[in-house]
Design a protein around this ligand. Sequence first.
Ligand SMILES: C[S@@+](CC[C@H](N)C(=O)[O-])C[C@H]1O[C@@H](n2cnc3c(N)ncnc32)[C@H](O)[C@@H]1O
Length: 237
Amino acid sequence: MAQQTVDIGDHFHKHSNAYQEVVSGINRELYQNVRKELEKYLHGRILDIGNGNVFNYDLNKLEEVIAVDVAFRDMKDTQKIKYFCGDARNLHMVKDNSCDYVVMQFLVHHIVEPSKKMTDNSMTQTLLECRRVLKPGSQLIIVEMLVSPFVEFIEELLYSLNYQLLTWIKKPMIKFYSRLGILSRLSKVNLILSNDFKISMGKWIDPFEALFPGKVKLPRFLYPAECQFIISEKPAH
Ligand SMILES: C[S@@+](CC[C@H](N)C(=O)[O-])C[C@H]1O[C@@H](n2cnc3c(N)ncnc32)[C@H](O)[C@@H]1O
């Protein structure tokens, strides 16, 4: 696993207050709509990767949540929540076949490396880790902003330039996928698609929630991505 030049954990730690304000402010409608869907599924023992201290579901209905994030510093466990400062690509703190659900809400576009090829390897490694910790027959839920295949193609063409530009302004790299881009990667690690659908995003959106939280408010119709819920399953045998 290569290190990004800009430390994403430090970045999110530094901006965590502004980030939380966006989650409960400009992007509130989006999060409420995601929450309604998450609550239809989640039960038992959950692993929430890239959690960012955003629990977008009713904790009372769950047995335990393992919250993992590279930006966690000095988090105190509660009866329900176990916090780990850790990386999605190496979930050594979670046992094999131990989770009823794995959730990655707005994490996937942050699994990035200095090159596209290395990013591909990191995504595969992350999905393999999700598969390893899921109980057989249990599900991975990815909530993600997805772009069209054309936008994804251009993004991949300009990967290196984009990386250098963001590094120059001291911001972490991001890489958005198309629906097919995600589905093909799930199928590569034998996670079987069981359902996927769009989530309504509301009238307004902060398009730079992660990079410059709270600085821009865009009407939804100008935003070039769609929020998608993707559920895949670890085969029972
Ligand atoms: C856009 S935020 C999403 C936070 C929260 N899940 C939400 O829905 O608002 C992305 C989070 O993923 C974390 N993160 C980024 N890369 C990570 C990685 N490789 N492993 C674990 N967490 C990561 C960041 O620190 C940040 O808290």
